[in-house]
Structures are given as C-alpha cells and as structure tokens.
Design a protein. Structure first.
Length: 436
C-alpha cells in the first residue's frame, strides 16, 4: 500500500460540505494495531478510515487512537446501538460515538393550532435541573385555561448572496435589470429543488455592495442547504447575464444565519410563530401562586425594560432554554438556537385573568434532513406525530414549530410566576443542584 505523506491529523469541516457518497471500500490488509500505528505516524489519514474499514469499524479504531493519544478512557462515551453508516457525510466527521444526554417529557399541553391540534407531550433534552418541571407547571396552567392558540404568520428560509460593483452607477443598473429578470432568477433557483420555491428577493444596498435576501419555501426541511444550493445557482445566472456583478459570497450575513439580527426579527426567517393563552384568575392563584397583575408587572419590568436597558434584541426571560432543549431532542441545528430563540413575551392583566403571548420571529425547524433522521431524534419527533415528511408537504415542520412555540409560552409563563414569587432559587436548590 502506498504511503500518504504530508497528512493533516484532521479534515477541515468545509471540505465535507458537498461530499456525496463514501468511495467504494478499499482493502486494508493490516491488523488494528498496525492501522493505529500508521495513523499515529501520519502515514494514514484518520478521516479515511471509513473507506478502508467501513463506518462501524472505523469508529472503534478511532476511539482507540484517541484513547491512546490523550491517555483517556472513552468507556462512558456511548458507542452501542448505532449504525454509523447512516451518518457518514451527513451528520458528523471523525465520529467516535455519542454523548448521552437526559431527555424528559413535558405536558400534556392543549394546543389549538392549524397544524398541531389536541393534547401533546413534548420531548426536551437538557442537563438543567428544574427546567422541565417548570415548563410542566406552565403547561398545566395553560391546559387548565382552555389551552394555547398558535399561528404561523410567516414561513420562509433566507439566504443572502453578496455582490460587489465598481460604483453606485452599476448598482442602479443592476437593480433595474433585476426587476426585469426576476422571473428568470426564480426559475433558475427553483430548478435546483423539488420541494423548495424562491418566493421573494429583497435587495439591501451599502455603497457599491448589494445583498439579495432570497426567501424560500422549503417544505418539511429546515431548508438551509436547499436555500444555499438554489442561491448559488441564481447567483451564477446573475453573474453570467449581468457581468458587472461580482459575487463575493453566497452568504453575506444579511440572511442572517446563527447570529442575532434585527433583520430576522423584522422580516422573519424560518417560521414566524405566535402562541398565546388567557390564564384564568383561579388557575393563576392555585397553579402559579400569583396574580395576573404580578406577572404583568414582572414581564414589563424584566422582559421589556430590563432587556431594553441591557441592549438585548430578545425581549423574553429564557426562551432559549426551551428552544435549545426541543432542538437537542428533535435533531435540529443546535447553533440556530441563537436566532430561533429570539422572542417577544407579552402579558396583560385582564378582568378575566392573564393574557400572555410569545412571538418567535425566526424559528428554524424541520422534520426531514440533518439530525432528524437519526434514530433517537426520529423517535422524539414521533412522540408529537411529526417524524419525517407530512402527508401534505410542510405540515409536519409546521406542526413542530407550533408545538415548540406553545412550549416556549409555558416556559415563559412559569418563569414570570416563579420570579414574581421568589421561587426561582428554591426550585433550583431542590431540582437543579448536584453539588454536595
């Protein structure tokens, strides 16, 4: 076997993005110890182990290499009950196993949505004690007050290619050209996907730079890769047909992915979802141990004034807690918790009780693709009846979004009650501490 020189001990992540399939498995007539020695001497590339050994054996050998190189014991890093061939070029590279994480259930919560209607148990993966218990109390209060109404007001995944021009003169010419050729741009983008559709292109100009914020329907997929491929095709067409336009990057951060941004809060990204409920006074008193007036006061002073004074773009208490736990359980892109947890929590004391709502401008979720196809995450999605593609395209992803929004509402409601009652520290002392 020919030795490979100048080997990096790892493979840059970017080089994996558009890999298609594993090459046909090659024969490697070496013992495990000989393979480990060649990897250690950098005569063989670790990331190519799948080619030589197959995915499952590659994971075993890679674990031994890491244990030897780092003098560590990976026995508690899960490896059992997994077919790693399902993950190659899909979910992770240089895999050595799984992290075990507790997953709990919250609910049931009564939801009146266009896609989620009825009582639902919600799977949440977290290591924070008291979180699920708190959400449960919020769900109980909501369900005993006729449930939560949920609406999806917007639904489009965005990608924003950035083009540069010589001067503002060319920018003006380009914007005119774009208006006249928008149908062709959409046709080129839509040809790249069977389930996606370019709905809107919104230009943003700064000097000689133009961002085209392209918004796509993406069916049951979260759709980031779908939007990227379609945007690249559209951008290539633009460069060919309007040579004065030079593509700088397919993602110019006006999208805006994995970052807090006002553009997402104002225009939406993924799904814009609102969930609300009216908690009657008896439930406020008996379940939440407080009053509508107290919750309204805490929300105004904490979530509105406090976040404004801090310069936050989020006006909620802990929406990220619920979104992160739901994302981890159901195989969503964890980094997108950043923008997906953007939330406006609103409360009003009424004669009948407490009106409370949460507005999530950019909840980015899917039920196909990414981590949603992994066995554990697929099982979690099955709990809410939203695993895989819906009978009508897009319905399962919308159902998941409505359920997460209702869970966020429950979490926000409970936190406001707990902080108004000075219960937060007591709850965490009882359920969230493991230090003796």
């Amino acid at each position: 076997m020919e030795k490979i020189n100048h080997i990096m001990p790892y493979m840059p992540i970017a080089s994996f993005i558009f890999l298609r399939q594993i090459p046909i498995m090659q024969t490697l007539d070496l013992s495990d110890d000989e393979i480990i020695e060649k990897i250690t001497k950098k005569e063989l590339q670790m990331y190519k182990l799948e080619e030589y050994l197959g995915p499952n054996k590659a994971v075993e050998i890679r674990r031994q290499i890491v244990e030897k190189a780092t003098n560590s014991n990976l026995a508690d890093l899960s490896i059992e009950d997994a077919d790693y061939s399902q993950m190659v070029n899909k979910n992770a590279e240089n895999v050595i196993g799984f992290i075990r994480m507790p997953i709990g259930i919250s609910g049931p919560i009564t939801i009146h949505g266009d896609y989620a209607s009825g009582e639902f148990y919600v799977p949440l993966a977290t290591t924070e004690g008291a979180l699920i218990a708190g959400i449960n109390r919020g769900m109980k209060a909501i369900s005993e007050s006729n449930g939560s109404k949920v609406k999806i007001l917007g639904n489009a995944m965005a990608r924003a290619p950035l083009f540069e021009f010589d001067s503002i003169t060319e920018v003006g010419e380009f914007l005119n050209w774009l208006d006249l050729n928008m149908d062709n741009v959409k046709k080129i983008a839509n040809a790249t996907t069977s389930h996606g559709k370019l709905r809107d292109v919104k230009p943003f100009v700064t000097g000689n730079n133009v961002w085209l914020r392209m918004s796509f329907e993406t069916g049951d997929a979260m759709g980031m890769n779908m939007a990227t491929v379609a945007s690249e095709a559209a951008s290539s067409y633009i460069e060919e047909e309007f040579p004065k336009a030079h593509l700088v990057t397919v993602s110019g951060n006006m999208c805006s992915d994995k970052k807090e941004s006002m553009v997402n809060n104002l225009l939406g990204r993924g799904k814009t979802v609102v969930a609300d409920a009216v908690i009657n006074r008896k439930v406020c008193s008996e379940v939440l141990k407080t009053t509508p007036e107290q919750i309204t006061r805490v929300n105004m002073k904490k979530n509105m004034l406090g976040n404004a004074r801090a310069g936050s773009t989020k006006f909620s208490g802990h929406s990220a807690n619920i979104v992160a736990a739901a994302f981890a359980a159901t195989g969503q892109d964890i980094a997108q918790v950043v923008e997906s947890s953007s939330c406006y929590t609103w409360a009003e004391a009424r004669e009948s009780g407490l009106y409370i709502s949460v507005t999530l401008p950019s909840l980015e979720v899917g039920t196909v693709g990414g981590g949603t196809s992994l066995p554990s995450q697929k099982a979690a999605l099955s709990i809410i009846g939203a695993a895989g593609q819906g009978e009508t395209i897009g319905t399962n992803a919308n159902k998941l979004a409505e359920i997460i929004a209702a869970a966020v509402l429950a979490g926000e409601l409970n936190l406001l009650a707990a902080q108004g009652n000075r219960e937060l520290g007591k709850a965490h002392s009882k359920l969230g501490r493991n230090i003796k």
